[in-house]
Design a protein around this ligand. Structure first.
Ligand SMILES: Cc1cc2nc3c(=O)[nH]c(=O)nc-3n(C[C@H](O)[C@H](O)[C@H](O)COP(=O)(O)O)c2cc1C
Length: 211
């Protein structure tokens, strides 16, 4: 059994009552959002998923998943146009929200408060209720508009987590790189896990090489 699978089997009980909103927008890297849902499902976290229309297209173009497969990973999937959803109200308590990946269009909606779909409304609710909002922004290069939107969203309380994997763990596969970005987002949302992507100091390299 792979180390990640073993760690997921020993899921920390502290996540049993954690409730998160996961938004997937139409930026490249929808697999980051899918991996996030897979991990949260195995950890027993309650998840509420919102997919934008562009995300459904990107899932079709970039992955072998069907929209229904992705929705099936969440505890509950919500329609992007359903502005009457419980996620549109601050009275529905959550422990935070990640938009992963976050397109520049969705970022601009968050930064300007233009909440014309359920994803943007849920993000607005997360900010107004002073809950943690993690935006896994994905675009390159960035325009001044994107940079200013990031600064505005950050000032409003969001955490900007660009989809920029680190390489000091020496990932061997794309799968490891994807998981690392997903775990970084989950760390920022306070999800307890033992999937170990913490940097242990350069001594860990020396130990690994001697082993
Ligand atoms: C294959 C594909 C990849 C894309 N990658 C990005 C991206 O990395 N970043 C981005 O901001 N937009 C990207 N786009 C464009 C967005 O999908 C588009 O701006 C869309 O209107 C975003 O809508 P949404 O934020 O409601 O999902 C991509 C589109 C496609 C089809």
């Amino acid at each position: 059994m792979a180390p990640r699978e073993r760690a997921l089997k020993r899921r920390p009980r502290r996540n049993l009552h954690v409730r998160l909103v996961v938004g997937i927008s139409g930026a490249s890297g929808v697999v980051y959002g899918i991996r996030t849902l897979e991990i949260l499902k195995k950890l027993g976290v309650e998840t509420h998923l919102i997919l934008t229309e562009a995300a459904c297209e990107t899932i079709r173009l970039e992955t072998d998943y069907k929209k229904t497969d992705v929705e099936g990973l969440a505890t509950e999937a919500h329609r992007i146009g359903d502005i009457t959803s419980k996620l549109a109200s601050g009275s529905f308590r959550t422990d935070g929200m990640a938009i992963i990946p976050c397109s520049m269009k969705t970022l601009s909606g968050v930064a300007s408060g233009y909440a014309d779909n359920l994803l943007l409304r849920a993000a607005e609710v997360t900010l107004k209720e002073r809950r943690r909002l993690v935006l896994v922004a994905r675009e390159t290069p960035l325009t001044l508009i994107d940079l200013e939107n990031m600064a505005t969203a950050s000032r409003a309380g969001a955490v900007i987590l660009p989809a920029m994997p680190a390489f000091y763990h020496r990932p061997k596969t794309v799968d490891e790189i994807v998981t690392q970005v997903a775990l970084k987002a989950l760390d920022l949302l306070g999800v307890e896990h033992e999937l170990g992507h913490e940097w242990e100091g350069s001594g860990s390299y020396d130990r690994r090489e001697k082993a």
